[in-house]
Write a protein that binds this ligand. Structure first.
Ligand SMILES: [Zn+2]
Length: 242
């Protein structure tokens, strides 16, 4: 008797989380058991992936790369973080012996997680976890590169709000994550790399993109719908007097 293998074509179940708040379950993200590589950018092996057209995609290619992982275990924190996050994903892993996908945690926006933690602060453990995560993220960030990236964003997009430029740059420069900012092109701060990072940020902050993904609209279709508004924002930001 052998245990069932991880299915080759993963039909990620739209896992129904066991709370009444989960009307919008959002995208499903898989912790793969096998070595998987992104069908789009070929990075890997991936620790987290999402299936699109039966092919694995890294979180960056799937526009989920800005989300942070919250393992299951703290029910109140999980619920608050998900409720406060305009885009969130359920993380599952295939359990060979039971032959089914099981929920491991969620991916949420970092700001939503921080707010949820604030509300759980009576809990000293929450404080400790937060300190540990803050330290890990500080260590992962290349501060000089982040500053240079932010300056380049503002040079190319003088109308971009500075705090948004800072957020995009910080995300782009997370170490070891294969994000655009760490790629060779991003390292060189090429206009294409900087523009791609800003465009990704605009999708999430200035358009209903996250809501579309949460409501089950496919990524390609969601991108098509917001393309016009995204380019309009970029045009505005390019001209300082606009
Ligand atoms: Zn990729």
């Amino acid at each position: 008797m052998t245990a069932p293998a991880e299915p080759e074509r993963v039909p990620p179940p739209r896992t129904q989380p066991p709370t009444p708040h989960a009307r919008l379950a959002g995208p499903v993200v898989i912790q793969p058991l096998k070595r998987r590589f992104c069908a789009e950018c070929h990075t890997g092996p991936l620790s987290l992936l999402t299936m699109e057209d039966a092919a694995p995609h890294c979180l960056d290619c799937a526009d989920l790369g800005h989300l942070v992982y919250l393992p299951r275990g703290d029910w109140a924190l999980t619920r608050r973080a998900r409720e406060g996050s305009s885009l969130s994903a359920v993380v599952v892993r295939f359990h060979r012996r039971r032959g089914r996908y099981e929920r491991q945690g969620i991916l949420v926006e970092e700001a939503a997680l921080a707010r949820a933690e604030e509300r759980c602060l009576a809990d000293a453990d929450a404080r400790a976890r937060r300190r540990a995560r803050d330290a890990a993220r500080r260590a992962a960030r290349d501060e000089r590169f982040t500053a240079a990236f932010a300056r380049e964003i503002l040079r190319l997009f003088p109308g971009c709000p500075p705090d948004q430029a800072a957020a995009v740059a910080a995300h782009a420069s997370l170490r070891g994550s294969g994000r655009v900012g760490r790629s060779a092109a991003g390292r060189a701060l090429s206009e294409a790399a900087v523009t791609a990072a800003v465009r990704a940020g605009v999708r999430h902050t200035e358009t209903p993109y996250d809501a579309l993904l949460m409501s089950g609209v496919r990524r390609a279709e969601a991108r098509r719908r917001i393309e016009g508004p995204v380019e309009a924002v970029l045009r505005t930001w390019r001209s300082p007097e606009a």
